[in-house]
Every structure is written in structure tokens, then in C-alpha cells.
Design a protein around this ligand. Structure first.
Ligand SMILES: [Zn+2]
Length: 466
């Protein structure tokens, strides 16, 4: 005998005590999900899994096993959201308000998961409107979207449905804006065909797209005071698109090679080797070329902050390294005696923290550590602490220039470390290639590192219950 079970969000068919998901939210599935995928889907719906072995899954509103009467396992629980970053921290930089302090007491990684099949991917974790957080990996060069099923421990390739637009993006640095709370909303992505909202449907292993702006994008989008803005590469030159209207900016401005936008002090900043584009809602975007002879060093990190709240970018000119004020038509400059790596008050001169203004002298705590360079990966933001803390990459090399260490000709000896009041070595990397490709990620109660050349993501558990 077959029975049909309806829950609030799904429909199941029962045959001889075996349950099979056949519809979610009123939509019948194109095909019944394979048995191996069903535990993941029950968790997405907020359900618990049977621990007794009588069946693989039950509909998500079951609390007890109908065979043996035992209670099912714990239901999916939404992790409390990290507090939003305060306005005085620039948005768009790797800064997190999650509690990362557990890393100060950690050693080698205690979590791992396989790299996605298309390793050159942008990874993003989110709830996407479901009961549990999931990990997506988008490979813009291959037009492939991958979904991590943590219960089956496999990457699923999601298939395009309903005329989904291609997901490729090659013009500039990729950045992914967060989605809303509707089920499947995976946020906004830049593509070579336009600005898209990406919708995932893990129940059908599929995705579709919604085009918000159909034009070739020159840079990743930014969000400011609920206004969505991006740069378009049109036949008549660069244009700024905001909330459905495009403003031409001129033929002479670059159509590619932009940074992702940084939001700060009511303005969005897109940075480029040739200059900066500064925009605020209800005002004309301003293109500000860099001062003559001054070249930015975008790969050193990102905008740094001074004590008075202004933003600065690191660069180089005939006299040596200097910081140049952002957002000003007549920028101030401050020379410094050597390269400083980092962003947003998480800056290092070789292995010593620079506290205060970005051009101040470094704080030498351990003179023995001088023969290495720290590259900040993720700043941990805590409002109660003026002490810089976060995860850094230590590049061991006695006397190379910062530029050479960031683009090394041969693999480097490096280590991943927690930097704070106390420090901890999290992982030794005897042969690291392309240090700038290392990416931090927060997912499923862990801090993770991903590098396109690694076969595994390495993770450190932040909470004991995770
Ligand atoms: Zn049972």
C-alpha cells in the first residue's frame, strides 16, 4: 500500500514503511531525489534523522520513529547570526564579527572536506532560506555551480533550469552579495551577461537565475543604504547602474580590472590600477585618477584606516612606499619606510603589527621574528578590543621584497597563525604556491581555508557542539 503524507513544506510517499520526498512547497519534483540525497534534504527542511536504523529518512515534522517509537535525532538549528559589523568598519574586506577566539588555543586542523571538482571557485556559505547552512562553490571560468551535501559528503553539480543565464565572469574580481530569506535565494552575482540573482533548488539539484540588469558588467556589484549599484561596460564606455538606471561615465574609464567595491562612510569605492571610482546615492559618480607617479599596491590587502576615520591605500612612488588618501580629489600622502600588508587596522610591517595610523612605526614585540612577513587573511572584529587579532599567513623568507613574496617564483615555506594577545600556529605549509589565492571561509561552526591547488579544505572547529 502507498500513502501520501503532507507536511507544511513537503509531500512524501510512503510505501512499506519507506518514505520518499515527492514535492516541496507545492512544487512536484522533476524526479524523486536519490536515496543518498534525502538526509540532506530533510535537514534543509528542518527535520531530524532517525538514529534507530529503521529507515533512512522520515518527513521533517516527525519527532518519533513510527516503527520503534524512539525519538529522532536533533532537529536542524539555525546558528545565531554574527552581529553586523559597525559602520566604522569598511564593508567588502575580510573582517568577521564571529567569535574566532577559540583559534588562539588550536593546533592543526580538526576538520576537512574535499575541494570542489572545479577547484578555481568562489566559495560561499549561507542559509539560502533553508533550515541549515550550506556551502556553494561557483567556478566562473567554467560556468559551473557546485553544492556541498554534508550528509552524503559529496559535491553535487547543480544543473541550469528554466533558461538560466551563464554564470561566467572574467572582467574583474568576483564578489558575491548576500541573499534574502526566501528559500533558495543564493544572492547576487556579477556575470559577463549581467547582474543576476541566483536561486538554488537542492531538491532538484538545479539552479535558475533572475536577471536584474542585462548588460556586460565591468565590476562586482555593491550595496549601500539599500541601493544596489554596479559598473557596466557598454558600447559608449563605462556606466554606473543603480536601482535600474544607468549613468554614462565616459569612454576613457577602464572596462575591466576593478576591485570589488568597498562600502564606507556612505560611499562605495571601486579601485583600479589607474584610479578610483567613488559613488554615493543621489550623486554623480566621481573618477579620481591616482596622483602622477603614484602606483597602487592593491594586492597588499585593501583600504587601511587612520585614527581620524579616513581610508588610505598603499602604493609606491619614486621616493618609495606611501599611503594615499581615498575619496579625495586632492589626496594627502604619507611616506612609509617599507611595505605594510593588510587592511582596515589589521596591518603588518614584516612580522610586526602597525597600530594606530597606517604610517606609524610597527610595534616590535619579538625582535627574533623579523625574518618573516605576515599577510593578514581574516580580521576578527570585537568592539571591546583595540588589539588587532585575526588569522594571518606567515611567509618565511629573510630578505625578499613584499611584492616578490606575494608572487613567488618557487613555493614558499609558510604557516597559518592566529595573531592576538596570544598567538598559535594553526598549520605549517612547507611548500605554498600563490599565497594570494588562499581564502578564508566561515562555515558550519568552523574556520576554513581554501586554496585552488589543495585537494582538501582545512578547517578548525570554533564551537564544541558544531
Ligand atoms: Zn526506529
Amino acid at each position: 500500500m502507498a500513502y501520501v503524507w503532507d507536511t507544511q513544506a513537503s509531500r512524501w510517499q510512503e510505501r512499506d514503511g519507506r518514505f520518499q520526498l515527492i514535492a516541496t512547497r507545492g512544487a512536484t519534483l522533476a524526479a524523486a531525489p536519490p536515496l543518498a540525497r534525502q538526509p540532506d534534504l530533510v535537514r534543509l527542511l528542518g527535520g531530524a534523522l532517525p538514529q534507530c536504523g529503521c529507515a533512512a529518512v522520515y518527513p521533517e515534522d516527525f519527532a518519533f520513529c513510527p516503527e520503534c517509537g524512539r525519538a529522532l535525532g536533533a532537529r536542524a538549528q539555525r546558528r545565531p547570526m554574527a552581529a553586523p559589523l559597525p559602520l566604522h568598519v569598511p564593508a567588502g574586506l575580510p573582517v568577521s564579527s564571529e567569535a574566532l577566539g577559540a583559534l588562539a588555543h588550536k593546533g592543526r586542523p580538526d576538520l576537512s572536506l574535499p575541494a570542489p571538482p572545479n577547484a578555481h571557485s568562489v566559495l560561499r556559505a549561507g542559509h539560502y532560506g533553508f533550515a541549515e547552512e550550506r556551502l556553494l562553490a561557483l567556478a566562473p571560468a567554467r560556468n559551473v555551480l557546485q553544492y556541498w551535501d554534508p550528509l552524503a559528503a559529496v559535491w553535487q553539480i547543480l544543473s541550469p533550469r528554466g533558461g538560466a543565464a551563464p554564470l561566467g565572469f572574467s572582467a574583474a574580481r568576483h564578489a558575491w552579495l548576500g541573499g534574502g530569506s526566501a528559500a533558495g535565494d543564493a544572492g547576487l552575482i556579477p556575470t559577463d551577461q549581467g547582474l543576476l540573482r541566483l536561486w538554488i533548488d537542492p531538491f532538484d539539484d538545479a539552479y535558475h537565475t533572475e536577471t536584474l540588469c542585462a548588460a556586460r558588467l565591468a565590476a562586482a556589484p555593491g550595496m549601500l543604504q539599500r541601493h544596489l549599484a554596479c559598473l557596466l561596460a557598454t558600447d559608449s564606455g563605462l556606466a554606473l547602474w543603480c536601482d535600474g538606471a544607468a549613468e554614462p561615465l565616459g569612454r576613457q574609464l577602464p572596462a575591466s580590472g576593478w576591485s570589488q567595491p568597498y562600502a564606507y562612510d556612505g560611499r562605495l569605492f571601486w579601485l583600479h590600477a589607474a584610479g578610483q571610482l567613488v559613488w554615493q546615492p543621489q550623486a554623480r559618480a566621481q573618477w579620481l585618477p591616482w596622483p602622477a607617479g603614484w602606483q597602487p599596491r592593491l594586492e597588499f590587502g585593501g583600504p587601511a584606516q587612520s585614527r581620524d576615520g579616513r581610508l588610505w591605500l598603499h602604493g609606491h612612488e619614486a621616493g618609495g612606499y606611501s599611503f594615499c588618501e581615498l575619496g579625495s580629489a586632492a589626496p594627502e600622502r604619507h611616506p612609509v619606510d617599507g611595505a605594510r600588508l593588510g587592511f582596515a587596522q589589521f596591518l603588518f610591517r614584516r612580522s610586526h603589527a602597525v597600530v594606530g595610523d597606517p604610517w606609524e612605526s610597527e610595534q616590535v614585540v619579538d625582535p627574533q621574528a623579523a625574518d618573516s612577513v605576515l599577510l593578514p587573511l581574516l580580521r576578527a572584529f570585537h568592539s571591546d578590543s583595540g588589539q588587532p587579532q585575526g588569522v594571518v599567513l606567515r611567509l618565511h623568507h629573510p630578505d625578499a621584497r613584499a611584492e616578490d613574496l606575494l608572487h613567488p617564483a618557487a613555493p614558499l615555506r609558510a604557516s597559518v597563525e592566529w595573531f592576538g594577545r596570544s598567538c598559535a600556529v594553526l598549520e605549517q605549509l612547507p611548500r605554498l604556491e600563490s599565497p594570494l589565492e588562499l581564502r578564508p571561509l566561515l562555515y558550519a561552526g568552523g574556520f576554513w581555508l581554501f586554496h585552488p591547488r589543495w585537494h582538501q579544505l582545512r578547517g578548525w572547529r570554533l564551537e564544541e557542539s558544531a
